[in-house]
Design a protein around this ligand. Structure first.
Ligand code: B12
Ligand code: SF4
Ligand code: SF4
Length: 310
């Protein structure tokens, strides 16, 4: 392989590598400071609830050059999880994104593979991959890369793949073909996500008031869920504002053959219904899926919360 100057790499080349890794959309943008105050405003209103980590490294979140000083470019990658293998038949519900191998690890490995392939050819390429693993405003950058628009439920929505997409990024010292057009918001007059959100978590400004969000209450709130809070049978995460979105109904489907995790999930959901879930079963699931974010006792307390309403 010949050594090439890594100052500029065609986006086409990165797209080809990313497709091999199973990413559905890729884009690039120049690193610059985030020039608006939506993060401060969200924090000032207390919308982060008990997620204190969101108050840390604010300067890095707003100025990614401080996070990765050598970086010139942010490449954003979307991975769709819009497959058919989600279990919705059980009384107790787990959000679709969590019914599979943990995207943090799956995507990071794939992003690192892309970096390695590029570095074989461009030996002076410096790059680092993040998937919700650093103080990065991932949706903001994904939008800047042209990968979609900010839906009214604050999720990034892609025209072809909808909002059932995870976001990952590579910060690197090369330049490439940047997205420079205006992003079109295609929500129009639709308000389905706002209307369906049971506890009014989606504000008029399109922000999420976390303490009203089922996803926050069932995952991030380490205390018991307030008695009056309705989780609509969810015991981990929430898909209501995703399922109702018309862009997800027409979104392209992807194939996912991870039968093993699906079976494990099914088994755990059955045991929960029969009051038979023990720590060993839970730990098996926790090891591979995003359920690693909570402890057994929190899951059981979420189950009890749902039972109160049955
Ligand atoms: C904290 C967090 C949460 C919190 C708070 C959610 C929130 N909306 O902030 C809770 C626990 C509630 C949560 C829930 C979920 N999350 Co979450 N979460 C995050 C995390 C770690 C940080 C988000 C953050 O910085 N929030 C602060 C606000 C201010 O920023 P933001 O909403 O992300 O970005 C906004 C600004 O950029 C703003 N913006 C941009 N330009 C402008 C301009 C102006 C003028 C204004 C006013 C605003 C504005 O619009 C963006 C969208 O709202 C990100 C990962 C990451 N590092 O980014 C994942 C992330 C956002 N979560 C993700 C997912 C999948 C979920 C859930 C779907 C999981 C589930 N099924 O239960 C739900 C969805 C709830 C929802 N409707 O948002 C994905 C979203 C993918 C996507 N398509 O958008 C992310 C990106 C993780 C990933 N790497 O894929 N999450
Ligand atoms: S994830 Fe559920 S609770 Fe949170 S904003 Fe969406 S619909 Fe509302
Ligand atoms: S449900 Fe409607 S308003 Fe909400 S994100 Fe989807 S298109 Fe936009």
């Amino acid at each position: 392989m010949t050594e090439e100057n890594s100052k500029y790499i065609k986006l086409e080349e990165i797209v080809a590598l990313s497709q091999k890794q199973g990413f559905c959309v890729v884009g690039a943008t120049k690193i610059e400071k985030v020039e608006n105050d939506f993060l401060d405003s969200w924090l000032d209103k207390g919308y982060n609830a008990s997620m204190k980590y969101m108050e840390n490294y604010i300067e890095l979140r707003k100025n990614p050059s401080l996070l990765v000083p050598y970086a010139k470019t942010i490449l954003c990658f979307l991975m769709s999880y819009n497959d058919e293998r989600v279990d919705n038949e059980h009384i107790f519900k787990i959000a679709s994104y969590a019914q599979r191998k943990d995207y943090h690890f799956v995507m990071k490995e794939k992003l690192r593979n892309i970096i390695s392939s590029l570095q074989e050819k461009y030996t002076d390429l410096q790059a680092i991959a993040f998937v919700d693993s650093a103080p990065v405003l991932e949706r903001y950058w994904a939008e800047k890369c042209g990968l979609g628009w900010k839906g009214k439920n604050s999720l990034l929505v892609n025209k072809e793949y909808g909002s059932k997409v995870f976001i990952g990024e590579i910060f690197c010292n090369i330049t490439t073909d940047y997205f420079e057009e205006q992003i079109i918001n295609r929500c129009g007059t639709c308000t389905r996500c706002i209307d369906i959100c049971p506890n009014g978590a989606i504000t008029k400004t399109g922000e999420i008031d976390s303490k009203r969000c089922i996803s926050y209450q069932t995952i991030e709130n380490k205390q018991e869920i307030p008695y009056t809070f309705d989780t609509k049978n969810y015991i981990y995460g929430c898909d209501l504002c995703i399922e109702v979105c018309p862009w997800n109904k027409k979104a392209k489907k992807v194939d996912n053959q991870d039968i093993e995790t699906k079976e494990l999930m099914n088994d755990v959901l059955n045991k929960i219904s029969e009051n038979e879930l023990d720590r060993t079963d839970f730990n098996k699931l926790k090891k591979v899926t995003p359920l690693s974010r909570i402890k057994y006792d929190k899951l059981i307390s979420n189950v009890e919360n749902v039972k109160k309403r049955l």
